[in-house]
Design a protein around this ligand. Structure first.
Ligand SMILES: Cc1cc2nc3c(=O)[nH]c(=O)nc-3n(C[C@H](O)[C@H](O)[C@H](O)COP(=O)(O)OP(=O)(O)OC[C@H]3O[C@@H](n4cnc5c(N)ncnc54)[C@H](O)[C@@H]3O)c2cc1C
Length: 458
């Protein structure tokens, strides 16, 4: 059996793994990157990119349907799913080629095959051992289901949903989190009747309650039905559809049911347990420097408890590479990670919610301000409603920004700089925001919170 030695051995070539590989190579380390499927992982092939392509097709469908309102004569025919999928695949293929080329141009040994940890710092692939002075576990996640709920036939996860070659007439989305509301949004724009079932009391329950309420209002207006605070009890499949039972006694019928109840860590059977790596319910436990209980073994991405987002994985991969190289990078603050949900209307947030801020600082020590997009010219031009909600520590920095409205995802860049650089509203108020942009709404919200509102009531 051949043995290969590297400075860094990485198991999994998704967002976390390939970012670690690229940064390690930049820092002069010898790197083996082990991937059983395709470089780019979930995000590129089954997650962020393909879903956002579908959401863009959905936005175009909505624009065509609304064209008359803007004085444009156009009529909506139908959705050609094969055309939509071709457009989406073209984007994924181009990015995949780019990524493969980029990794190939660096001094990175890409090993194709399924790896398994056979020693604390040794991964076996195709019968060969790859031993690293340091090992990075980045094996990602899979679509979870509920106990007793089997995936198959008309009960699908996001993976099968992305492969559909037709638009379902009627679909039930189990789970009102990010993935659930994004698919609900896509299918509604494509013409489906959609019902979301969410066990918690609101849609997007991890967002500030004001945002959840606004999304519910917007979805109602769009004709997306949802049932919150109600639990799923079972599903029966028949030739033409599914019958979903809820604990309330209600029964819902549809052509398909999407299960979007979260993602589990992909760690079973990979040898992590056997090598003594501390785990909790399948997640790999690390300290805040992303090192496991075994020195020199690190973990990145969705297998580490916390937000399951591609940019968190990238940042963790870069962090670990720099840590291994002795650069002592600053610890990643989870509450500073920006989040975007790309449904229509979009949601973007960073920092603490009102509840988190109240718990941390006390209700008397924070102030909030909600700037309504009704006062923002560009939002009126685009025909979107929504708001930007700011939370500040009194006489202190902005600690949370929560936004809802079409395209607000594009505003998260400034919001995350404000929160992560601990800017005061007064600092932001003196910065100039171009007119007329949606970005101006961020400026206006800060002007108001600094006590000098322009296009807003105090
Ligand atoms: C539908 C959907 C939409 C999403 N949208 C967004 C979004 O808009 N924005 C965002 O930030 N995040 C989004 N995400 C989440 C994002 O995709 C993940 O957070 C990200 O991909 C996690 O990166 P990772 O490196 O931890 O894992 P992954 O990307 O899952 O990569 C893990 C890799 O490891 C490989 N692997 C696993 N086991 C082995 C083994 N034994 N041997 C060799 N290789 C192995 C896998 O093949 C895979 O390529 C979305 C996810 C889904 C499912």
């Amino acid at each position: 059996m051949a043995d290969h030695n590297f400075d860094v051995v990485i198991l999994g070539g998704g967002s976390g793994g390939y970012a670690a590989a690229l940064r390690s190579a930049q820092l002069g380390k010898s790197v083996a990157l082990i991937e059983k499927d395709k470089l780019g992982g979930t995000c590129l092939h089954r997650g962020c990119i393909p879903t956002k392509a579908l959401l863009h097709s959905a936005e175009i469908a909505d624009s065509v349907k609304d064209a008359g309102h803007y004085g444009v004569n156009a009529s909506f025919g139908s959705i050609d799913m094969l055309g939509v999928n071709k457009y989406r695949d073209g984007i994924v293929d181009r990015l995949f080629k780019g990524l493969t080329g980029l990794v190939g141009s660096k001094d990175i040994t890409v090993v194709a095959g399924e790896g398994r940890l056979v020693g604390p710092k040794t991964v076996q692939v195709n019968g060969e051992n790859y031993t690293g002075a340091n090992v990075i576990l980045a094996s990602g996640s899979y679509s979870r289901s509920l106990p007793g709920l089997e995936i198959g036939g008309r009960v699908i996860t996001s993976e099968q949903a992305l492969q559909l070659e037709f638009v379902p007439n009627k679909v039930i989305v189990l789970g009102g989190g990010v993935i659930g509301v994004e698919f609900a949004s896509i299918w509604r724009s494509f013409g489906a009747e959609v019902t979301i079932v969410e066990g918690l009391p609101s849609l997007v329950p991890n967002e500030d309650p004001a945002v959840s309420k606004a999304l519910e209002r917007a979805f109602r207006k769009r004709g997306i039905d949802f049932k919150t605070g109600v639990r799923f009890s079972g599903v029966e499949q028949h030739e033409n559809g599914v019958v979903v039972s809820l604990e309330s006694g209600d029964k819902l019928e549809a052509e398909l049911m999407l299960v979007a109840v979260g993602r589990g860590p992909n760690t079973a059977g990979l040898g992590y347990d056997e090598q003594g790596i501390a785990m909790d319910r399948g997640f790999v436990l690390t300290n805040d420097r992303l090192e496991t209980n075994i020195p020199g073994v690190y973990a990145a991405g969705d297998i580490v408890p916390g937000l399951q987002l591609a940019h968190r994985g990238f940042q963790q991969g870069i962090f670990i590479a720099e840590e291994i190289a002795g650069l002592k990078p600053a610890v990643i603050d989870e509450s500073g990670i920006p989040k975007v949900t790309y449904c229509e209307p979009e949601i973007a947030s960073v920092g603490l919610t009102t509840a988190q801020a109240t718990e941390k600082f006390g209700a008397d020590n924070i102030s909030t301000y909600e700037y309504n997009l009704g006062g923002n010219g560009k939002s009126q031009i685009l025909g979107t409603a929504g708001f930007i909600k700011l939370i500040r520590q009194n006489s202190g920095p902005v600690i949370g920004v929560h936004m809802i409205g079409s395209r607000v995802g594009e505003q998260i860049g400034e919001a995350q700089l404000i929160v992560n650089w601990e800017a005061y509203p007064e600092d932001v108020a003196s910065l100039i925001h171009a007119h007329p942009t949606m970005n101006e709404a961020i400026g206006e919200a800060h002007l108001a919170l600094a006590g000098k509102p322009l296009h807003a009531h105090a």
